[in-house]
Design a protein around this ligand. Structure first.
Ligand SMILES: [Mn+2]
Length: 230
């Protein structure tokens, strides 16, 4: 549901709201999870200073400045194709290298996902994306499981893209998965150009997370598990 529709709904008198809910004209409007799902996380250490806002129900708008241009490009691709809105401002100890900045943005983004999902009621939970970018083909599969695990099998022919150390991509996804509490598989099937392969990976993860975080009214606010907990 678009934010404006939710806002329109909120402005209705209570009696009318009840009627709408009873008639199930818009069952999703009755679910607590259709409240704005926006998280703001601030994290400051001796190595990095990060402010990040994530809207799970955005339109793909990214305002990202980490001081690591290739990483900004990847986060923008992730946001655009995940249809999130992401504002991420990071100041890290780039005089050392990009490691702390990339890893810590992953931590904060993961925390923002966990926070925005609240209790995870009504979410689809699973998502996957097979994503092609020219010769590169990458699979991302997500389970919002409550267990933060990364399974990463991405072959990158070149270790440096521009000035970016591509091994940091794995550090980012470890931090994202463990702090969001998601099981995340990323696997490359083909690709010759490391820029293409990594960009396909970030886009695929964005799309998979987009699907997994959707609210499905048919789940009717329940947890999507037979176990009773996620
Ligand atoms: Mn590119």
């Amino acid at each position: 549901m678009k934010g404006s529709t939710q806002q329109d709904f909120e402005q209705l008198p209570d009696q009318v709201k009840d009627m709408v809910c009873d008639a199930q004209v818009s069952p999703a409007a009755c679910e607590p999870a259709t409240e704005p799902r926006i998280a703001e996380v601030v994290r400051k250490t001796k190595e990095t200073d990060i402010k990040l806002t994530l809207n799970l129900d955005g339109t793909g708008q990214a305002n990202v400045a980490t001081g690591v241009p290739f990483f900004d490009h990847m986060l923008e691709a992730f946001t655009r194709h995940g249809l999130f809105d992401l504002d991420a401002q990071a100041e890290g100890d780039l005089e050392v290298d990009a490691h702390h900045t990339v890893e810590d943005v992953g931590i904060v983004l993961g925390q923002a996902f966990a926070q925005a999902l609240v209790d995870k009621r009504g979410i689809v939970r699973f998502g996957n994306s097979f994503l092609a970018m020219d010769e590169a083909l990458v699979l991302a599969a997500v389970d919002i499981s409550g267990r933060g695990q990364l399974y990463y099998a991405v072959d990158l022919p070149i270790e440096i893209v521009g000035t970016f150390d591509t091994t940091l991509a794995k550090e980012f996804f470890i931090a994202l998965a463990s702090n969001a509490g998601i099981t995340l598989h990323i696997r490359s099937f083909s690709g010759e150009n490391s820029h293409h392969i990594l960009e396909a990976a970030f886009k695929a993860v964005g799309r998979a997370l987009c699907d997994a975080t959707r609210i499905n009214p048919r789940i009717a606010g329940e947890l999507p598990t037979t176990k009773g907990a996620l």
